[in-house]
Design a protein around this ligand. Structure first.
Ligand code: NDP
Length: 261
């Protein structure tokens, strides 16, 4: 009985795996890095300023996992390649990538200028592609790997004033499917998670508005906003062998929001 139980839990075991999380200085990226460490992974955490990664690095260490903090700007392909090189130099391999770095800026579409469009698309879509490419090159050496792209409900639903963001996150799902199809033969799986409503630095401004909170809660069947820990199970599932026959898919974690529209 006990060994059967261990086998069940063992499917999610990430001991010996090395995972890079982009945008890990706070919010969802920090929470996922910690959750992956709690399942045994060694972590490489990246954000634009390495000093902002200290809290995440401490949480990963406290979970008992080795951690390397790297400066990483996903809008700069050379910076991405340097981060992946640092990861493979430190740990000798790379098994996982969580493409989490992202930016958002809501604005009526008539007011979107080229600078805003480029900033959002360069970070959320172009950055995610080149991170996948650099990580994929390292994973190809092992003949295995798992990439988890952090998408959004706006990947699936049209949200007014979020056109650049929604375009980037819809594109991210297209990229997830295309890379999944292309890289399955070399053993690299590519999936996505679409978080629903989670309060972070990115979204805090909405949560300050009581009317908005009431309206959104009315659209979430579970009648609560997400805790960052609600995302951990899906990330562990997709990063681990528990999902070994799954690629090109997206898991929404939204308290039932999508199911009810
Ligand atoms: P935060 O703003 O709290 O965190 C964003 C992270 O991305 C930070 O660590 C930031 O690090 C990093 N980042 C931003 N730009 C870059 C860059 N150019 N290069 C490297 N890192 C960068 O937001 P969330 O935690 O809420 O968002 C994380 C992801 O989840 C995003 O992709 C977001 O779109 C997605 N998401 C969030 C939802 C939510 O409800 N919160 C819902 C759906 C999706 P730093 O500034 O230190 O460089």
């Amino acid at each position: 009985m006990t060994s059967e139980r261990n086998k069940g839990v063992g499917r999610f075991d990430l001991t010996g795996r090395v995972v890079l999380v982009t945008g890990a200085s706070r919010g969802i990226g920090a929470a996922l890095a910690t959750a992956l460490a709690e399942s045994g992974a060694s972590l490489v955490v990246g954000a634009r300023k390495v000093e902002n990664l200290q809290t995440t690095a401490e949480a990963v260490s406290q979970a008992g996992s080795p951690v390397l903090a790297v400066p990483l700007d996903v809008t700069d392909v050379a910076s991405i390649e340097a981060a992946v090189d640092a990861a493979t130099q430190r740990f000798g391999r790379l098994d996982g990538l969580v493409n989490n770095a992202g930016v958002e800026d809501v604005r009526p579409s008539f007011d979107v200028d080229e600078t805003l469009w480029d900033r959002i698309l360069d970070t959320n879509l172009k950055g995610a592609f080149f991170a996948a490419q650099a990580a994929g090159r390292a994973m190809r050496m092992n003949g295995s790997g798992s990439i988890v792209n952090i998408a959004s409900l706006t990947s699936m639903v049209g949200v007014p004033t979020a056109v650049p963001y929604g375009s980037s996150k819809s594109g991210l799902l297209g990229m997830t499917r295309a890379l999944a199809a292309e890289w399955a033969p070399v053993g690299i799986r590519v999936n996505a998670i679409a978080p629903g409503y989670f309060r972070t630095a990115m979204t805090d401004v909405f949560y300050e508005n009581e009317d908005w909170r009431e309206r959104m809660l009315g659209r979430i069947p579970m009648n609560r906003f997400g805790d960052l820990d609600d995302l951990a199970g899906a990330a562990l599932f997709l990063a681990s062998d528990a999902s070994r026959y799954m690629t090109g898919q997206c898991i929404a974690i939204d308290g039932g929001f999508l199911a009810s529209i």
